[in-house]
Design a protein around this ligand. Sequence first.
Ligand code: ATR
Length: 280
Amino acid sequence: MADNIPFKLAGVMGMPIYQSRSPIIHNHWIKAHGINGAYGHFPVQPDNVEAAVLGLRALGIAGCNITLPHKLAALPLMDVLSPMAQKMGAINCIVVQADGALHGHNNDGFGYIQSLRDINPNWRADAGPIVIVGAGGAARAVIAALIDEGASDIRLVNRTRATAEKLAEGQTAVVQVHEWHERSEALRGAAMLINATSQGMYGQPPLELDLAPLPVTAMVSDLIYIPLETPLLAQAKARGNTTVNGLGMLINQAIPAFEAWFGVRPRATPELNRLLLATF
Ligand code: ATR
């Protein structure tokens, strides 16, 4: 009887949330794999994070993604944290176990590294200096993933130097903080440039950065995916750099989450890409 087939529910919790493309990704895979389930938007105000997260267990929900602004607030509510979530100090995915225990993960770093390898399968974190602009939560996740991949020379620049210093704390052998006004100079000899600020995002001004000192062999990556091609990426592409937008990170971070909730490892296909591109 249909009533006896377990229905698996998952979703993404955040505020604002309806702009999130995660339901498109997961519902595409749910359909492709013939799974009896659904993935939705969970609009949750900051005051309600605890009730909402603990309610996952009560409702029998398979799990959920956690996005802004709840990535830090949801962490202490977990029964178990993955080593990467611990390192990043934030979670982006909760998996509710059969006994109701809440396991917190952070797949953003995995998604990010995979998105680079999708563009260049030979990409290596130790190929040369990596310049990261920005020192918020996104930069923290990316730095943890890069160090995990063997990065040994990261140059961090942020408008507010103190925030960058705080992020570099305990890992100054790898992460060196450079002055904001010298951010262009920091590009000299770099193998990679990453924008982890909000500059260039839809509705925001472009990141102000003179790329002249950056080798044309360097990869340029922007964590932003709205728009898909930020002014920074357009500028980098025009001078011959390989560019990577933020969409690959979004798709790839969803793979281990889907597998944990629904028991099948899904694939990032050109069809899924087309489906997502049609929403921009
Ligand atoms: P996220 O979690 O997405 O990283 P965040 O924690 O708010 O978001 O971080 C935003 C980043 O964009 C920060 O590095 C921020 O710099 P400050 O630490 O100086 O605030 C950066 N940022 C935001 N607006 C900026 C601007 N106008 N110029 C340069 N950097 C900016």
